[in-house]
Design a protein around this ligand. Structure first.
Ligand SMILES: Cc1ncc(C[n+]2csc(CCOP(=O)(O)OP(=O)(O)O)c2C)c(N)n1
Ligand code: SF4
Ligand SMILES: [Mg+2]
Length: 351
């Protein structure tokens, strides 16, 4: 972890958002990642998305596991809450934090090793529980921090830097998240900011489990010929199903679109997702069709990106459990602990 602060000088002409903040107010410490690492581009996209949405930094809680990807929350949103947990264990810590204080905006940052290898069980349960969050996997197909071993998302047949061939099947986190019940599922590429920033914005506005698998090349260990997570390979095989614009509730809709080329999805909070269709028959609200389409295109060697599935009317863990509307840290002793008489009544009912 680096704790190097950036100088806090703001040029007076820097553009400001509705809160009067510049992009600099959403930055963190200076990154210590390798120059050209895809993870740094994802951090820049998160900064841009939060600035554009005028999110108050103190309302965000960013949580991560272990890995180069999990180090990145130190490099953005320096004024937000942060917790760097144990390898593969971010989902359970995020779930607990979300249950205790439902008023924060939860941002889970993880790696393919962190989520698909050691943390696969935790990944599965946070998705099926519908925890209200934005969960981003910075997917480079290797354990970058521990020097480039294959991770569980490395494609079968892909080659390591020194030529070893991966003989195991890859886990597709997008397919898994859809099957497990995530209500917003997208895939993007760290090298495509125009696609990634609106996806992050839409995910932050989504009131349920939002998952983004972001392919993020590791320039030190997985950017060579034979890798399927290199800049060149992803650029050549990237097939976007749609392009997204996010329009906040109450904002006038000004963009022009050709009739028949746009799908609109209104999210629970009133925000409108305008999807310019690139694959004409693609319907992002049909989970089963989306899963079939992904399998089909994968067999054809394509990496499908864009907003792949969204349920505009999601439920979340709090709704499913019927919890109180007030964050637990705002409840008093009497509400949190109903006392020995209530406990005695419960015990008596169980005898
Ligand atoms: C319990 C535990 N097991 C193993 C490790 C060693 N370790 C640290 S990071 C890492 C893999 C990180 O890979 P990934 O999540 O893909 O992140 P990246 O560095 O590629 O961004 C491993 C195996 C650890 N820190 N803790
Ligand atoms: S080792 Fe790979 S993942 Fe880690 S900082 Fe360097 S390029 Fe990024
Ligand atoms: Mg990795």
């Amino acid at each position: 972890m680096s704790y190097l602060p950036k100088p806090k000088l703001h040029h007076p002409t820097l553009p400001k958002n509705a809160l009067g903040y510049t992009r600099r107010d959403y930055e963190g410490a200076i990154s210590t990642l390798c120059a050209g690492c895809g993870h740094d581009s994802i951090s820049a996209a998160i900064i841009q998305a939060c600035w554009e949405l005028s999110i108050e930094p103190h309302r965000v809680a960013k949580l991560s596991g272990i890995g180069c990807s999990s180090k990145t929350p130190d490099y953005f949103l320096g004024a937000s809450h942060g917790f760097n947990s144990v390898h593969g264990r971010m989902p359970s810590v995020l779930t607990g934090a979300n249950l205790a204080n439902r008023d924060l905006i939860y941002l889970g940052i993880s790696g393919d090793g962190d989520s698909a290898s050691i943390g696969l069980g935790q990944f599965a349960h946070i998705m099926r529980r519908g925890v209200n969050m934005t969960y981003i996997v910075e997917n480079n197909g290797v354990y970058g921090l521990t020097k480039g071993q294959f991770s569980a998302t490395s494609d079968k047949g892909s080659k390591a830097k020194r030529g070893a061939v991966n003989t195991d099947e890859a886990i597709d986190l997008v397919g898994l998240a859809m099957q497990l019940g995530a209500t917003f599922v997208a895939r993007s590429f760290s090298g495509d900011k125009a696609q990634l920033v609106p996806l992050i914005k839409a995910a932050l506005l989504h009131e349920g489990a939002a998952f983004i698998d972001c392919i993020s090349p590791c320039v030190a260990f997985n950017n060579h010929e034979g890798s399927t997570k290199s800049y060149d390979f992803v650029r050549e095989h990237n097939e976007a199903v749609n392009r997204l614009d996010v329009i906040l509730g109450r904002q006038p809709i000004t963009a022009e679109y050709a009739p028949g080329s746009v799908t609109e999805v209104t999210q629970h909070d009133g925000s409108v997702l305008r999807l310019r269709k690139l694959a004409p028959d693609y319907d992002p609200t049909d989970r089963v069709a989306a899963m079939n389409y992904l399998q089909e295109r994968k067999a054809a060697g394509e990496i499908v990106t864009g907003l792949l599935y969204v349920d505009p009317d999601p439920t979340d863990l709090h709704a499913n459990m019927g919890t109180v509307a007030v964050p637990l840290n705002r409840l008093g002793d009497a509400e949190l602990c109903p006392g020995s008489a209530a406990l005695a009544r419960i015990n008596a009912a169980l005898r």
